[in-house]
Design a protein around this ligand. Structure first.
Ligand SMILES: [Cu+2]
Length: 180
């Protein structure tokens, strides 16, 4: 048998097999489908929906951060309190020194117009903030992890010298024995 003849024979056999399989599919495609899936084609989709919904709920519950804002009616107990008054154009902090590692509760108000109390670290990253509003005392709780000098700046445009409304807060290391 020459190689050409062998190739020709193999090709014929393969063509026959392919033709048969096409014919089989063509005949089969006319039969009604009964494989269990077709009776409820959306079953898998329904299961997938609930699995993803449950997964999303779990991921949300595990990864959602604690609320950023202090509950005004439930301020932290045994916090160091700082009375803050904003005015055009100054900040008044009483006292202006707190300890690190313990919550600080800022009671923030304004003597005139709306201001924004923004507390920044040494690299000028905003750590926390709250509005200073005339006639209201907004409570802001924050715990300083590190001692240092923290910057206070106004976050609400309040007039000509808004940019000059800067102050600072000294955070010192807690003395031994003071820690709960
Ligand atoms: Cu301002």
């Amino acid at each position: 048998m020459t190689p050409q003849y062998l190739a020709w024979t193999i090709s014929l056999v393969l063509i026959f097999v392919v033709t048969l399989s096409f014919a089989w599919v063509a005949v089969k495609s006319r039969e009604p489908i009964d494989n269990g899936v077709a009776s409820n084609p959306y079953r898998l989709r329904g299961i997938l929906f609930w699995v993803l919904l449950g997964l999303g709920a779990v991921i949300t519950a595990v990864t959602v951060p604690p609320p950023l804002y202090t509950a005004q009616d439930r301020p932290p107990q045994s916090a160091q309190e700082v009375e803050v008054v904003g005015g055009m154009w100054y900040w008044q902090l009483q006292p202006a020194q707190v300890e690190s590692g313990r919550p600080v509760l800022f009671n923030v108000t304004s003597a005139d117009v709306n201001h924004g109390l923004g507390i920044y670290d040494q690299d000028l990253r905003l750590l926390t903030q709250v509005q200073a509003m005339p006639g209201y005392v907004n409570k802001l709780a924050y715990t300083f992890a590190q001692p240092g000098t923290y910057r206070i700046m106004c976050l609400e445009y309040c007039g000509l010298v808004h940019h000059g409304m800067m102050s600072s807060l000294e955070v010192i290391a807690a003395e031994d024995g003071d820690q709960p």
